[in-house]
Design a protein around this ligand. Structure first.
Ligand SMILES: Cc1ncc(C[n+]2csc(CCOP(=O)(O)OP(=O)(O)O)c2C)c(N)n1
Ligand SMILES: [Mg+2]
Length: 343
């Protein structure tokens, strides 16, 4: 099975076992490391808070996929738009969203980034270029294309990026969006986070052709498959795609191969459900994107173990402050419940 080939790292199009090789400056790599650790530690803390039932909004954790959001968003400017999905925390933090406001949103508090009315699946940070996210699979892809159309009509040099999962490749709107964006050479990039599963279904059981990046060919645009756990590959590929979009050379489809360590929704790995094997999970955990970058930085002498420890400590403290902030914040006023929502 293709899935088994990916899982064992034998697919020649994926060089997952290779060390990270990069022409990216050590400063930028370290900055991206901090973002990835922030996403990882945030998600781990959220998982604990879901287990203790302090957070009750359904949470789709991004643990294991951090390099995709971080690498792509690191190539974007603040004014560029990012559109996210039900698995949105990583995109929000990588685009520069406020940690406290995100945690408060998960507690459904008034101080949350969507005023406590969106929960985990509807985060937004318009001021940082994340106008919204949606749990409708594939739903934000045409919205990203619409934003790109607006940018191009306004002669703005901003671009938009649509993040979506492999599940969106089952949706007609994905293909319509690729066609229109390519036809009009719109400034948009399509980032498919292929984590091999759509809820409990493997890509092998849902896609007639599991090479999602090849769908681009039908719409006369470039499509590329990359190792989504290799931050330098994600960054360098996204940088080229963003430059093309900004120079009105049209969109690119990036298929980033990655893997979620936890179940589709919730804090557990869900191995007991029998849908994926421990062997497969272990294999992907060995390709941890955070650890891979950390090893590279240490080897290159770009950081020290002392600095790494300090980064982890500082981020943990920041997250605890966000938890306190969320706990102490009020719920939205009862009279306000019908504001900020579609009626
Ligand atoms: C249009 C639509 N169909 C079905 C669902 C139910 N659903 C929610 S998440 C999900 C899986 C999406 O998988 P994928 O796009 O691969 O993203 P991942 O969860 O793997 O990150 C599905 C089918 C939905 N929310 N919207
Ligand atoms: Mg998926």
């Amino acid at each position: 099975m293709v899935q088994a080939i990916w899982a064992r790292g034998k697919d020649s199009t994926l060089k997952m076992k290779q060390p990270l090789s990069s022409s990216i400056s050590p400063e930028l790599l370290l900055k991206m490391y901090v973002t990835m650790v922030k996403i990882r530690k945030f998600e781990e803390r959220v998982a604990d808070l879901v287990i203790s039932k302090e957070i009750v909004t359904p949470t789709h954790l991004y643990i294991g996929e951090e390099a995709v959001a971080t690498g792509v968003c690191s190539t974007l400017k603040k004014q560029d738009y990012v559109f996210s999905t039900h698995r949105s925390h990583g995109h929000y933090l990588a685009k520069g969203g406020d940690l406290k406001a995100l945690m408060a949103e998960l507690y459904c508090k008034k101080t949350g980034c969507s005023r406590g009315k969106g929960g985990s699946m509807h985060v937004a940070s318009p001021e940082m270029g994340l106008p919204g996210s949606s749990a409708i699979v594939g739903g934000t892809i045409p919205i990203a294309v619409g934003a790109a159309l607006a940018f191009s009509m306004q002669n703005s040099d901003a671009i938009s990026a649509a993040f979506f999962g492999d599940g969106a490749a089952h949706e007609g709107v994905f293909y319509e969006s690729l066609n229109f964006a390519s036809l009009k050479k719109l400034p948009v990039i399509f980032v498919c986070e292929n984590n091999l599963y759509c809820t409990h279904l493997s890509v092998v059981d849902t896609l007639a052709d599991t090479n999602i990046y090849k769908k681009a060919e039908a719409f006369a645009m470039p499509g590329v498959r990359i190792d989504g756990n290799d931050i330098s590959e994600v960054y360098e590929t996204a940088k080229r795609a963003v430059e093309n979009a900004r120079q009105s050379r049209g969109p690119t489809l990036i298929e980033a191969m990655t893997y979620r360590w936890r179940g589709h929704v919730g804090p557990y790995d869900d191995l007991d459900k029998g849908l994926r094997s421990k062997e497969e999970l272990d294999c992907w955990m060995q390709r941890c994107p955070v650890r891979k970058l950390e090893k590279h930085l240490l080897k290159q002498g770009a950081t020290s173990q002392l600095e790494i420890n300090q980064i982890h400590k500082t981020i943990s403290e920041e997250i605890e402050k966000a938890v306190e902030f969320a706990r102490e914040s009020p719920y939205p006023d009862e009279n306000d419940l019908l504001h900020d929502v579609h009626k």
